[in-house]
Design a protein around this ligand. Structure first.
Ligand code: 2AM
Length: 179
């Protein structure tokens, strides 16, 4: 199983993000690439890679034990990374609750024998892959309309590759901890 832990948008937010990404990256302006399917949009918190079944309980416990309260993620910029050739919506300011959530998650995953994650966490919602922006666009750009995401759940997700492409299956979801 290929697994990852993610912030998982609800159906309404998916529509908003998808519409906004189409507006922000029009083909007619020279944007190239493949938009991520609407139902696949998410923010990865930890990528676990290929994991054997016997580690799943430990991973579930690591996510379940995170103490967090609801918060709002303000997606307010469109950016691009050259190496992976992905375009994304990101945040100017990472909420402290999210930084703390990822810190707890990384800590918990150490107990499941994952290597410590060396890379800093840059929250982003990947919008397009194999992407190339037009030269005329100076990225990142600030969004005219901020997308407010009221984060209410965390998901353990399995990535399934089938002939139609990549599909993500939510294995489990958790809400905020009790007060
Ligand atoms: P990203 O698109 O948010 O950057 C599921 O495959 C998710 O895990 C992807 O959306 C990707 O996140 C992330 N991912 C895939 N392969 C990865 C890798 N080798 N290292 C880190 N994250 C990866």
């Amino acid at each position: 199983m290929r697994l990852f832990v993610a912030l998982w948008p609800d159906a309404e937010l998916r529509e908003v993000v998808y519409d906004s990404s189409r507006k922000m990256m029009p083909k007619k302006d020279g944007w190239q690439g493949r938009l991520v399917d609407k139902q696949n949009l998410h923010v990865t918190l930890a990528f676990l890679g290929t994991v054997s079944f016997d580690r799943v309980d430990c991973i579930r416990a690591a996510v379940e034990n995170i103490r967090w309260q609801p918060f709002t993620l303000q997606l307010d910029q469109l950016g691009y990374w050259h190496r992976p050739r992905v375009a994304w919506f990101g945040v100017t300011q990472t909420p402290e609750q999210l930084t703390d959530m990822v810190r707890q998650l990384r800590q918990g995953l150490l107990h499941c024998d994952f290597e410590p994650e060396q890379r800093a966490f840059h929250p982003h919602l990947t919008l397009a892959r194999k992407c190339r922006p037009p030269r005329s666009v100076d990225l990142p750009v600030v969004l005219a309309e901020v997308l407010n995401w009221d984060v209410r759940n965390l998901a353990l997700v399995s990535s399934v590759t089938d002939p139609a492409g990549v599909r993500y299956e939510v294995m489990d979801q958790w809400g905020p901890s009790d007060a």
